[in-house]
Design a protein around this ligand. Structure first.
Ligand code: THG
Length: 369
């Protein structure tokens, strides 16, 4: 497949780390929240293997923050998510489906509670800020909504603990999963969370002081030499193997949280008020008619740029493949597909066509590992 370069402009925002990752050999970008998000530094397979063994530093500034502060901020944040945040704690992150009035997904951010009246919504690729502003205006909420200058550096991989300990000391590795705190780097405090879009362990540094963040970015590479640190980015293979879902790829505003396996983040039994609550109760009562499932195909490569239909032998539609990659671990193609009832079973097989050739698809449960 021919590749095309990406035309940069003000609208396609750069990050404070862009010049650095370009020197370090970024080979592909994707666009995320109207911003450059690195998608590859050479081979994605080699990067996956490295991520599973060592440590990588990622420019994930495209994970933008929507800051909501003010007297009604907790009310507004709760209105947007089906996850019960009434007992949420300052210093914790929460993975929260954002739901619209139809009970469909708007985004799947990590929400950080900075104070009782200050929250960051660390968004996936959709314009949550306008959704929040619309709701605030319509409800006459007393809130301030903005996109602050926060540019996340993720440090991911098993050796991230050694590297972060070397720079920030023992306290940083005592952070609990999805906890955050403030840590000093050469006189500047940075909010650091134990989180990140890989299942290999790691941290996310929410950089507000750009200059200090850039210094820290360079320092991570200087101090990380002994751990074989490399520049990296969210890895397609690792995230599919780990079952980390991607808004816009695996699911979007036409899907509800039950179809996407988010039921553990849907709280319908408490008194909380959120958009789409009655709709979700109805959906739960009626049961879902399709679900995200894993698939496996005996193939050694695949490239997905749109959904691909999966059919049974008689030509009936089983579902659609939405993301896929070749997995060196499974030695076949694995993917994430929206599968229709009555085919949502791990034993089901189907067919899919790529470039006029037909391949057998095996449906399986998520996550793969
Ligand atoms: N970190 C931050 N912001 C983000 C992402 C991130 N914004 C965009 C995108 N990623 C949002 N999507 C996800 C999806 C999964 C997770 C985090 C963000 C995740 N899930 C864990 C899991 O599935 O095991 C934990 C979920 C839980 O609490 O149970 O980490 O990566 N800042």
């Amino acid at each position: 497949m021919k590749n095309y370069s990406i035309a940069k402009s003000r609208r396609l925002r750069s990050t404070p780390y862009t010049s650095r990752i370009e020197k370090q050999g970024v080979t592909a970008y994707t666009v995320y929240n109207h911003m450059l998000l690195p998608a590859a530094f050479g081979s994605v397979e080699n990067a996956c293997e490295h991520l599973k063994k060592k440590v990588q530093v990622w420019d994930v500034a495209a994970e933008r923050q929507v800051e909501i502060s003010g007297k009604d901020s907790a009310k507004l944040v709760q209105l947007m998510t089906c996850r019960d945040l009434s007992k949420s704690k300052i210093g914790r992150c929460y993975y929260c489906p954002i739901i619209d009035d139809d009970g469909n997904l708007v985004n799947d951010p990590v929400i950080l509670k900075l104070a009782d009246d200050k929250w960051w919504i660390s968004i996936a690729d959709s314009d949550v800020i306008f959704f929040a502003k619309g709701l605030a205006t319509g409800n006459k909420f007393n809130v301030k909504i903005s996109e602050p200058n926060v540019d996340i550096i993720a440090v991911q991989g098993p050796k991230s603990f050694d590297l972060m300990k070397k720079i920030f000391g023992q306290e940083i590795i005592e952070l609990k999963f999805f906890g955050f705190d403030y840590f000093n780097f050469k006189g500047v405090k940075h909010l650091i969370a134990r989180s990140g879009w890989s299942k290999q362990g790691g941290f996310e540094i929410y950089v507000q002081n750009t200059q200090s963040g850039q210094e820290l970015y360079d320092y991570l590479f200087q101090e990380g030499k002994e751990f074989d640190v490399k520049p990296g980015c969210p890895n397609l293979i690792e995230r599919i193997e780990s079952g980390l879902l991607s808004y816009g790829n695996d699911f979007d505003n036409n899907d509800n949280p039950f179809e996407c396996g988010f039921e553990k983040y849907v709280n319908l039994d408490s008194e909380i008020v959120f958009l789409g609550k009655e709709k979700l109760k109805k959906i739960k009562l009626g049961g879902i008619k399709r679900k995200l499932m894993g698939i496996k195909i005996d193939l050694d490569k695949i490239s997905i740029t749109k959904s691909i239909n999966i059919n049974d032998d008689k030509g009936n539609l089983i579902g659609e493949l939405r993301s896929a990659c070749y997995s060196p671990h499974f030695k076949k193609v694995i993917g994430i597909a929206m599968i229709n009832e009555p085919y949502c079973k791990a034993s089901i097989t189907g067919k899919l066509e790529i470039d006029g050739n037909s391949f057998t698809v095996n449906v399986c449960d998520l996550p793969f590992i």
